[in-house]
Design a protein. Sequence first.
Length: 276
Amino acid sequence: MNLQNQTVSYILQNPASSIADIMGATSCGRSVAYAALSAVDRVKEINTGRTIGAFSCLHQPATTPGYLEFVKRTFKRFNVDEVVNLGDLIDHHFISRHVSEPDALNPLEEMDLAILKLKDWVNAFPDVKWCKGNHDAIPVRQVKTLGIPSRFLKSLNEIYELPATWEMKSHWEIDGVWYEHGIGSNGMYGAKNTAMRYRQSYVQGHTHAHAGIHHLFSPKDNIFGMNVGCGMDEKSYASRYGKIFKDKICLGCGIVIDGKIPFFVPMEKPLPSQHG
């Protein structure tokens, strides 16, 4: 993310900041600070229709501390009208096909903690459009592996005590924008490539280590591909597989204004200690 985008993000999260505050917090020059303020004012002018807020990959109960408050604060500042959860709401570490960590919570402990944490999300966002993620699909996949019809399995809403207003589908289409988890849409350019294939603006999660926006212009249309990052806690046992990777988790969420103006808002996280 370039310096102006970092500065815009800071202003959105600290709207009462002076020019001096902005320059001090972001290490930008006066011209960048004024340009960022102008961009924020432009977003406010454009934001006259419906605004969608999107988050992804909570992997409950392994969600980053403070992530809910960050999402609530961001959605409030953008006056979000509808909320989209892009999937992998639940981690299901205990029944994943991957090797479980020896010190992980047992199945009942993990489920109970996920239920407890999700209550705060339901209180914050009573109505959510939910896109099914690959981790959300683990229980059905495991049941099928055993040859048991999926009708014997409760829905995730029943298992995790979620209201019917958290409705799950494979994807949602809102104001001409396609929202889905992003299975098969991988890497830094996954959202961009899928937008090109669909010839439609596209928003995804899934790839924890990549986030941001690519705009695509043609003689006929202007579209974008956006990855909103994730909310998973990279310090949890569920994230240990990623320690060997060079790219690390991108914490953040996404905003789409009138189906045309996308915005990725990163959540700041402390830099790792240089002394181990």
